[in-house]
Ligand binder design. Structure first.
Ligand code: IFM
Length: 453
């Protein structure tokens, strides 16, 4: 495989999923601390209180990154470590942790790619309405500017949000994620305020004037495939696509929300959360976009779950996504379809020809371990998906690939059951054991670098 010169190879993690140390050094509670404490919310009652204890073991983890040979590491900042109440008082020890990490990475030639929000809103802000509250967008910009001002000498790649679809629709619509709300209007307002917060944060960080800074956003992009050629299934696929992809990409890169949102959601919201001028803020020019890909969505038309249109939650759009094709599945049950990564990339570019450079910021899988951690399925998965990403590189300005994830970690509502890591973590001892996929990725990166075009 011939990769473009300067192609970046990395791995990704997020704060709540690996850090632990939930009340260390003044960190305030986040919505995930609260949600994980609700009986039944997370499998086996797992929480991120200890996770992979990365907060204490970060130096060992940097060593593992160095041995892996990556030149980029994507991690997220815990908002409530830096601003325990979400706004106002800054916790210096939180900022210092991220400075130590960034400096250690730079010293080893690994570039930090920072994400400012990976789903862990400070609980104090949720108590004021969370992302349903327009003020949260402004507080996010203030927080972003605080972190940026403190770290712009050691970080130049700044991602505002990770997968705002999940924060808004899974968190405030389905209720499978924190804060566990099941709403229509609230979830759509949350999506809009996340986007507004993104735009305000980019403006605030750019206003800091530091040189050489790059700003982007990370979006999950599951291409939608109708299960039959029927017009009803085709229409269901459009609805699914509007909910998951175009609700975010159209305003970010096209200056408008999809028209279809009016017919899809007119019964549950009057869209009064959209104010004049918001789209201009949301559509800030970006330096890059990150794309996360795991699977395609196979969609059939279906009855709504809630018959009363006014009571529907935001994800109740009359689609069935359970009719999977006859292809292998990962340990999460997700269909393995590498070609979906090619189309995720090319679809986005086709819709938005002026798209900024793109990184694949997450891609990975879960499979059961054998006792030698030989994980041949994960290696095959990664190999095929990297090849699929490269297929899109003729059309898309593709700059890098980040595997999810460096370490086994807290997989949200699934707790610790599913293991995405290139490195196995024994949670009882916190012992790290690189899997065969870790060694494979290291040699793959090294040969890919040798063959750059
Ligand atoms: O673990 C998550 C990550 O936090 C966001 N993207 C998908 C991953 C796998 O489910």
């Amino acid at each position: 495989m011939n990769f473009p010169a300067g192609f970046r190879w990395g791995v990704a993690t997020s704060a709540y999923q690996i850090e632990g140390a939930a009340s260390t050094d003044g960190r305030g509670p986040s919505i995930w601390d609260t949600f994980a404490a609700v009986p039944g919310a997370v499998a086996s009652g797992d929480t991120g209180a200890v996770a992979a204890d990365h907060y204490h073991r970060w130096s060992e983890d940097v060593g593992l990154l160095v041995d892996l040979g990556v030149d980029a590491y994507r991690f997220s900042i815990s908002w409530s470590r830096v601003l325990p109440e979400g706004r106002g008082r800054v916790e210096r020890r939180g900022l210092d942790f991220y400075r130590r990490l960034a400096e250690a990475l730079l010293a080893k030639g690994i570039e930090p790619f920072v994400t400012l929000y990976h789903w862990d809103l400070p609980q104090a802000l949720e108590d004021e309405g969370g992302w349903r509250n327009r003020d949260t967008a402004g507080w996010f910009a203030d927080y972003s500017a605080t972190v940026h001002e403190a770290l712009s000498d050691v970080v130049t790649k700044w991602t505002t949000l990770n997968e705002p679809y999940c924060s808004a629709v899974v968190g405030y619509g389905e209720g499978r994620h924190a804060p566990g709300a099941r709403e229509g209007h609230g979830a759509l307002a949350a999506a809009h305020h996340l986007l507004l917060g993104h735009g305000l944060a980019v403006q605030a960080m750019r206003a800091g004037g530091a040189a050489g800074q790059e700003f982007g956003i990370v979006l999950n992009q599951s291409p939608t495939v109708p299960v039959t050629g029927s017009p009803a299934d085709a229409a269901a696929a459009v609805r699914q696509d509007v909910l998951l992809r175009r609700q975010f990409t159209d305003p970010l890169f096209g200056g408008a929300y999809p028209d279809e949102m009016t017919s899809m959601f007119g019964d549950i919201t009057d869209f009064s959360f959209r104010h004049d001028g918001d789209l201009a803020v949301i559509g800030q020019p970006l330096d890059y976009v990150g794309l996360n890909y795991y699977y395609r969505l196979h969609v059939a038309d279906a009855p709504h779950r809630e018959p009363d249109p006014a009571k529907r939650t935001a994800h109740d759009i009359g689609v069935d996504t359970t009719r999977l094709p006859d292809v292998p599945r990962t340990g999460m049950g997700w269909p393995v379809e590498p070609a979906g990564l090619t189309t995720a990339l090319t679809d986005l570019k086709a819709r938005h020809p002026e798209l900024p450079p793109v990184y694949v910021t997450e891609n990975g899988c879960v499979y059961p371990d054998n006792e030698n951690f030989e994980d041949t399925d994960r290696i095959a998965f990664l190999k095929d998906h990297i090849a699929a990403a490269l297929t899109a590189a003729d059309e898309v300005d593709l700059r890098g690939y980040f595997c999810w994830s460096l370490l086994d970690n807290f997989e949200w509502a699934h707790g610790y059951k599913h293991r995405f890591g290139l490195i196995h973590v024994d949670y009882a001892t916190q012992r790290r054991t690189p899997r065969a996929s870790y060694h494979w990725y290291r040699s793959f990166i090294s040969s890919a670098r040798a063959e750059e075009r």
